[in-house]
Design a protein around this ligand. Structure first.
Ligand code: PGA
Length: 249
């Protein structure tokens, strides 16, 4: 009932030359049986959206402002992302929380703006290594969820990505049991807050060093509905391996 999702986060990587990777991906998956989303840098969004138009691939942003317009130099509103061709936006990524001091309430305000504009909000949560070692993981995730996820969330407009900070870009991955424990916890919390119907329909992604070589195992974990992929989404060949694994899961 939950359509699986392979989401790529290009972060601050890629100029127009990188669009050839997106085109290669669209050629490799003319009719994907899972959702495939690429979030390129904002400068490429419009061109990326044009290049995958009428394919099974969609594009999204990596952040948006909470306001609809105004005096916010350098920022981008949810409406602008939509206008550029996005259908989703990543919010509260740990790199935004760290580099820009984003707090849960900032992420919640951005998510509200994204949902109001008609975008899907991919809200990221995840613990640091210190927090995991102190056995605080579930407390941290629970707090991030209550603080960052808006009340208007539904299975259609919300996607939650569990991304342990220590697993991002490091090649380190939690055990399958650890991933399962957190995903089951997120599911239960969503069901409790939004009711079973909505709670069960929200897609949960795992993110942090997902590669073609570990994707199949990760996609076999309960309540893992796909992945949010950084490094391995930059090359069509790597990301294809992950999409293949998700299609078979
Ligand atoms: P990674 O990044 O796949 O390079 O670890 C994941 C992310 O930050 O979304």
């Amino acid at each position: 009932m939950r359509l699986k999702l392979a989401a790529g986060n290009w972060k601050m990587n890629g100029t127009t030359a990188a669009l050839s990777e997106l085109e290669a991906l669209a050629r490799a998956f003319p009719n994907p049986t899972v959702d495939v989303l690429i979030c390129p840098p904002a400068t490429l969004l419009h061109q990326a959206a044009e290049s995958v138009r009428e394919t099974g691939i969609t594009v999204g942003g990596q952040d948006c402002h909470a306001a609809t317009s105004g005096a916010h130099t350098g920022d981008i509103s949810a409406d602008m992302l939509l206008d550029a061709g996005a259908n989703a936006v990543i919010l509260g990524h740990s790199e935004r929380r760290e580099d820009h001091g984003e707090q849960n309430e900032d992420v919640r305000a951005k998510a509200r703006a994204a949902m109001d504009a008609g975008l899907k909000a991919i809200i990221c949560v995840g613990e640091s290594l210190e927090q995991r070692e102190a056995a605080n993981t579930l407390d941290i995730i629970g707090g991030q969820m209550s603080g960052s996820i808006p009340d208007q969330s539904t299975g259609e407009n919300l996607i939650v990505a569990y991304e342990p900070i220590w697993a991002i870009g490091t090649g380190k991955v939690p055990t399958l049991n650890e991933i399962g424990e957190v995903h089951d916890f997120i599911r239960t919390r969503l069901e409790r807050r939004f009711g079973e119907g909505v709670g069960r329909s929200v897609r949960l992604l795992y993110g942090g060093s997902v590669k073609p070589s570990n994707a199949e195992d990760i996609f076999g974990v309960s309540n893992v509905d796909g992945a949010l992929v950084g490094g391995a989404s930059l090359k069509a060949q790597d990301f294809s391996g992950i999409i293949d694994a998700l299609q078979k899961a």
